[in-house]
Design a protein around this ligand. Sequence first.
Ligand code: PLP
Length: 362
Amino acid sequence: MSVLTPRPSILSIEPYVGGESKIPGVNRIVKLSSNEGAFGPPPAAMEAYAAIAKDLHRYPDPSSSGLREAIGGRFGLDPARILCGNGSDELLAYLILAYGGEGTELVMSAHGFVMYDLTGRYAGCHVIKVPEKNLTADVDAILAAVGPRTRIVCLANPNNPTGTLLPSSEVRRLRAGLRGDILLVIDAAYAEYVTDPDFDPGQALVDASGNTVMTRTFSKIFGLGGLRLGWAYLPAEVMDILARIRGPFNVNAGAQAAGIAALSEPGWVEKSIAHNAEWRGKLTAALEAVGIKVWPSHGNFILADFATGETAKAADAYLRARGLIVRAMGAYGLGHCLRITIGTSEECTLVAEALAAFMKDG
Ligand SMILES: *Cc1c(COP(=O)(O)O)cnc(C)c1O
């Protein structure tokens, strides 16, 4: 008989369920369930990854120095305040474990990214989910929800899965309304896709305040989700704290090499942004034309709203029967919606046609 007892908060966690990639009995799968980008990995990244194979017996550079230089150069940031991680999920965990914990509160918006909830519970925080307005984070409501025990506020901007965005003035207002001992985590996983001019991914606020951090990822526009690579831009003080807890070799050699190469792939980001804007618009219009509500999205995905959980489930089953995998949203309290990643033009067309047929004859 087992007498092992984990910390009680651990038992309140429902394990993360990722986007599916297989359907039994279906040969051709179109996977639009994890926002992985439409074009596969950048060719230069594949080459760099293959080239390090002969050095796999070597430990990676523990400080990811070449990669941090490359990120700093690309985004105009001081490499000394960039920290790389095994996915941005790892960096979120470091931040939440370092500044949260038993007796503290983590505040997030109601349909914010689910990892804040899971990791907050892991750390022992009480996680507070604040109601949104039109599926958008509500700054006044977040500020009203903050209490004396609050230590962390997490904001995905743009948010996954809703696709909604807070303009830079609203994010500044949020920071200005938070006490100095509250860490504001701005998760800008989809920053590269944003075309709205009134957007700052967070770096200006990181520079202007000592208690704001920005996290970014190579998993979305840079197409390297399988390698697990993210980064954060941090105040020096936070950098010092995370340096104490970070695993010394937390970013593997393949991820470092591929990440550097991805940043230098000519035209990659421009091509991805243009494709995304075009097909996000086309897919949105196609769904709206057959009576499906679509929430306006700033990311590389759309949130299709079927009004009832029953219809969303039926639509999901209809798509799956045709090899099209999208993401059910029950875990986000949005069971009436499906999140659909913007894939290739062919993939978007297949989904649009299938949903048109579904709406016609279910
Ligand atoms: C995909 C995603 C991430 C995760 O990124 P990794 O770098 O792959 O861990 C973080 N935040 C949001 C909002 C995301 O959608």
